[in-house]
Design a protein around this ligand. Structure first.
Ligand code: IMP
Length: 197
């Protein structure tokens, strides 16, 4: 039987990517599909906290089983900043260019360039909460390279590669990314449930 599950996002790109990975047993709904048009508060100080806040908000106010994601760039030399504040690192405008500029400035003179992207997905299903994590290790370069992707992609070289996420392009990025790894764990979990049903 097809099960309805809300993905607490209106990002069409994320919806399509995840929907393709989930297969036919799950009908994925967006926030718009359930008429949730307000901004869901993301006031926690961890990725786990924010992902849970969003999933719980949907369950409580709309009654749907749901999952939500939150992602951050964690830079070792900056004590894991910007982390949960990645979207608003340079201010509430959520400006990718300004965020990258701030990161480059903060990293000036730092020898340790190690960083990682971390995605956490929180799932609420049949009254139970579960968390799934995806991590990609890499490093921060000293100037932007590449035009694909979004966010900090022009500054991040994943481990084992010489090009940035923005140079590698979406196909390669989406096959190795933090988000893809977290979604793979989610889909593996959901498929064990549907094979038991
Ligand atoms: P979100 O939780 O997916 O909305 O991500 C929060 C912020 O992290 C975004 O606004 C970006 O600045 C950054 N970010 C998330 N995922 C990526 C990515 O795949 N590449 C580059 N930056 C990202």
């Amino acid at each position: 039987m097809t099960k309805e599950l809300v993905f607490a996002t209106n990002n069409q790109h994320k919806l399509e990517e995840v929907s393709a990975m989930l297969g036919q047993d799950i009908k994925l709904l967006s926030l718009k599909d359930i008429n949730c048009l307000e901004d869901i508060p993301e006031t926690a100080d961890t990725l786990e906290g924010n992902a849970l806040l969003k999933a719980r908000y949907v369950k409580k106010n709309y009654g749907f089983d749901c999952f939500a994601d939150d992602t951050g760039l964690e830079v070792e030399a900056l004590n894991n900043a910007p982390g949960v504040y990645s979207a608003r690192y340079a201010g509430e405008a959520h400006d990718f260019e300004a965020n990258m500029q701030k990161l480059l400035t903060e990293m000036q003179g730092k020898e340790n360039r190690m960083a990682r992207f971390r995605t956490v997905i929180a799932l609420i299903l049949d009254g139970r909460e579960s968390l799934f994590e995806g991590i990609v290790d890499g490093s921060i370069i000293t100037g932007r390279r590449g035009a694909a992707g979004f966010g900090y992609d022009p500054l991040f070289v994943p481990k084992g590669y010489t090009e940035t996420f923005a140079e590698l392009g979406n196909n390669i990025k989406n096959s190795i990314s933090h988000r893809a790894l977290a979604v793979q764990k989610l889909t593996a979990f959901l498929s064990t449930l549907s094979s038991k049903a």
